[in-house]
Design a protein around this ligand. Structure first.
Ligand code: ADP
Length: 478
């Protein structure tokens, strides 16, 4: 079964508004109708009792029970009975009906619980639903001083409530009509509001769909919309911009990689062509060209290796192989390894440790970081220059500083050297066998350690690269 329709925002809205809009109206209406009905009946009972009392007074005073032929009072009884759409009858102490405005049962003996209770002095006033009548029964007393005690008969006043019932029915019909009216109104409002709300969302989703098919460069939302929908559109546009930037950098990367890989290949091709095409090439030239081809192959291999390291570093943090590493020892090992390279150019290297630092790091990745920085400090140094490495720490981080007395980096290029394949001086980097990937590898590896790397440099004076890495990987949240 498909519940898509039930999950629709619009259907939800319509149901909710209808339910919560109609329910109070329905309950309130019923309550009002019921209350009004009760009020009407109570008023009728009250009225009948008032008039009944008035009549009993007159009957008692005039001794009507003994002499029911008094025309004036008889007429009044009949008029009252008619006015209240009912009947008045009187019984005497022997339960014999003395007077009946309906004229039907005079002289009959009325034996009923009500009559007996009334002769016992009990008043009764109430509504009987089955017969739709308001009944008031009042005892008649002997006129005189002890009238309260001497019951001589009773007055029965029945009033038909047909008219009240009809009125009540009409009221009910009106209420139902009102209910239907408010249902239609709420439904209309709900439909309109829900349409307005969902239309902008649907437009947005349709635009996203059409952009997925082909991006025509148009904005996601044309014209005004609800604030929240505009926010979604803006967030989506930001995401698209980011994706476009990623795509652009990916394309740049691919074209850079192809270019970088092609350069040594072109050189190899030129060299081998001249050997193949030239007849009678002297052996010395062979040797020289083969040596060149060999170094170009080394270069190609270095680029491929660096690319592989970079790809590995681009993977998630889950790939971190963490362990407690003595950073002092790590730096000493790297310096020892690079010593021959420095000696070749008469460069002096020093390591200054302020304390012993043991940190939770990935040793292989961190080795790449320091090797690249120190190698660069040698490569881009002057002959006979100096490379000074120092290590320090505080309670959260350790700091490694690599300072050289080399060519330096122009200020405007300092922000770019960490980008892939970026070189300040292409020829010099090439001469040094650089791939242009060293610093981007460094930066990725540092970031994987949740650390930071920055550069200060003055052209012609030297450069300082500072790396900051947390001592404990888990403790630092970036
Ligand atoms: P490369 O393989 O060319 O050395 P890197 O990514 O390691 O690539 O460095 C990028 C560029 O930054 C280098 O080509 C160089 O121009 C510049 N650079 C890096 N380190 C230094 C340094 N210590 N002194 C001067 N320039 C540097």
């Amino acid at each position: 079964m498909n519940f898509k329709a039930m999950r629709s925002m619009r259907v939800c809205l319509i149901f909710t508004l209808l339910l919560f809009g109609m329910l109070p109206v329905y309950v309130l209406m019923n309550l009002l109708v019921l209350q009004h009905r009760q009020y009407e009946y109570e008023t009728r009972i009250q009225q009948v009792r008032e008039i009944g009392r008035n009549l009993t007074g007159k009957i008692e005073q005039n001794g009507y029970l003994e002499n029911p032929s008094q025309a004036e009072l008889s007429a009044e009884l009949s008029a009252m009975a008619e006015a209240f759409d009912g009947r008045i009858f009187l019984i005497n102490r022997d339960l014999v009906m003395v007077k009946d405005t309906a004229g039907r049962e005079e002289g009959r003996t009325l034996i009923s619980g009500e009559a007996i209770r009334a002769l016992g002095g009990t008043e009764y006033a109430g509504y009987e639903k089955a017969s739709e009548t308001v009944k008031v029964i009042l005892p008649l007393h002997l006129s005189g001083e002890d009238k309260e005690t001497q019951v001589i008969g009773a007055l029965f006043f029945y009033s038909g409530t047909e008219t009240l019932a009809t009125e009540h029915r009409r009221l009910g019909e009106n209420a139902a009509l009102l209910l239907v009216g408010s249902f239609v109104m709420i439904l209309t409002v709900t439909l309109v509001v829900s349409r307005m709300l969902t239309r902008s969302l649907r437009t947005l989703s349709a635009r996203i769909d059409s952009i997925t098919e082909s991006n025509d460069g148009r904005s996601l939302l044309e014209g005004r919309s609800f604030y929240e929908v505009e926010q979604i559109a803006e967030a989506f546009e930001r995401m698209m911009q980011r994706m476009a930037a990623t795509e652009k950098s990916r394309q740049e990367f691919v074209s850079n990689v192809s270019h970088e890989l092609k350069t040594p290949l072109t050189a190899i091709k030129v060299l081998s062509d001249s050997l193949v095409l030239e007849p009678d090439v002297p052996i010395e030239m062979y040797q020289e060209f083969i040596a060149d081809i060999n170094s170009e192959i080394d270069r190609e291999a270095k680029i491929v290796n660096d690319l592989l390291s970079l790809v590995k570093l681009d993977k998630t943090e889950g790939e971190m192989n963490l362990g407690e590493v003595n950073i002092n020892k790590l730096l000493e090992t790297i310096l020892r390894r690079l010593k021959p390279l420095a000696l070749k150019r008469g460069i002096e290297m020093t390591l200054e440790s302020y304390r012993t630092v043991v940190a939770q790091v990935d040793e292989v990745k961190l080795s790449l970081v320091f090797t690249n920085l120190i190698e660069n400090a040698i490569k881009y140094n002057r002959d006979g220059g100096r490379v000074m490495v120092s290590l320090n720490s505080d309670h959260r981080y350790f700091y490694v500083r690599v300072e050289d007395t080399g060519i330096g980096i122009p200020e405007e290029e300092q922000g770019m050297i960490f980008e892939r394949f970026y070189r300040v001086d292409k020829a010099r980097s090439r001469e040094n066998g650089g791939s242009g990937l060293g610093l981007s590898i460094t930066k990725s590896a540092v970031q994987m350690h949740r650390g930071a790397v920055k550069v200060q440099s003055v052209p012609g004076v030297g450069s300082i690269f500072t790396v900051r890495i947390p001592l404990s990987f888990a403790l630092v949240v970036q």
